[in-house]
Write a new protein. Structure first.
Length: 296
């Protein structure tokens, strides 16, 4: 197996454990305080571990500032909703909804980029929704705002992907990440001022640091994976997060998906892979390979 693919698998495992740390913070601090502290921790790790070619000094110099800020807002929104979703619903259910992002990308590509969508991609969209319905089963079990938040993450992530298609060739990584960090800190700070904040316990502080470290480590591993392997080889590895979600949820949080949920997760994975393959055939490469991680 290509080293880049192995690193990508490690990357998505790292992201999953970061989400598990956030989930473990439930019942204590507010969503905004968790988001603020995790952003600080992740930003600190990214700042002190950046590569030689990254220069944070000029991160604010953007060639397309309005698009950079729109991407920052969509990323921040996904981050805030992510904290809420992971602290309120089972991990496997949250991931199944979040993994609808490629299908929203398909729809937004048609509406905004005026791309033609073939029957294979429409079939994948339909199958993905069927898979999600098997996991969450609306009408047969109680749905919460956490499920709606996870669906919002999928839409905002898809929006981010569409924006990144325009920004990837003109903006530096430090610009895209730096502006998003500032927005995340500002929005979460305002939210904390409204909802209140409390001094974290030792356990909460450790979980925040771990979540930030996992997030930063995942970002660096993804960059490394993309240097060692083609994007179309790296992209499918993101679906390993569904397996991690089921395993971590069962071991750490006693969340056990039943047979219907496992079948639904499998369908979501297969439908997403079909979408990836069709995107590769159409464009010659998977241009949105890192859609699964547009939250800091």
């Amino acid at each position: 197996m290509n080293n880049g693919v192995l690193i990508a698998l490690l990357c998505y495992a790292t992201f999953s454990w970061g989400d598990a740390c956030i989930k473990a913070l439930r019942g204590g601090m507010s969503v905004f305080q968790i988001g603020f502290l995790v952003t600080i921790a992740a930003a600190a790790f990214l700042f002190f571990t950046h590569s030689a070619e990254d220069r944070w000094r000029d991160f604010w110099r953007a060639k397309r500032p309005w698009l950079v800020q729109a991407r920052a807002l969509s990323g921040c929104g996904a981050g805030i909703l992510g904290v809420y979703a992971f602290t309120t619903v089972p991990m496997a259910e949250a991931y199944s909804l979040i993994f609808l992002a490629p299908f929203f990308v398909t729809l937004l590509s048609m509406l905004i980029l005026k791309e033609e969508i073939g029957p294979w991609r429409w079939g994948a969209v339909f199958a993905g929704f069927v898979g999600v319905l098997l996991v969450v089963r609306p009408g047969f079990r109680e749905l919460s705002l956490g499920h709606l938040a996870a669906l919002g993450i999928a839409f905002l992530t898809a929006t981010t992907v569409i924006l990144l298609r325009s920004l990837s060739r003109s903006e530096k990584r430090t610009t895209i990440l730096g502006v998003m960090i500032i927005y995340a800190l500002t929005i979460n700070a305002v939210g904390m001022a409204v909802t209140g904040a409390e001094l974290p316990s030792v356990r909460e502080a450790a979980l925040v640091l771990a979540a930030g470290a996992f997030s930063a480590c995942g970002q660096m591993l993804m960059l490394r994976a993309m240097k060692l392997a083609p994007a179309n080889h790296v992209a499918p590895t993101q679906y390993s997060q569904l397996a991690w979600a089921a395993a971590i949820g069962a071991v750490m949080f006693h969340e056990y998906p039943d047979g219907f949920a496992v079948l639904g997760l499998a369908i979501v994975t297969l439908a997403g892979l079909v979408t990836l393959v069709r995107e590769q055939l159409r464009l010659g490469k998977v241009r949105w390979s890192s859609w699964g991680r547009n939250r800091l």
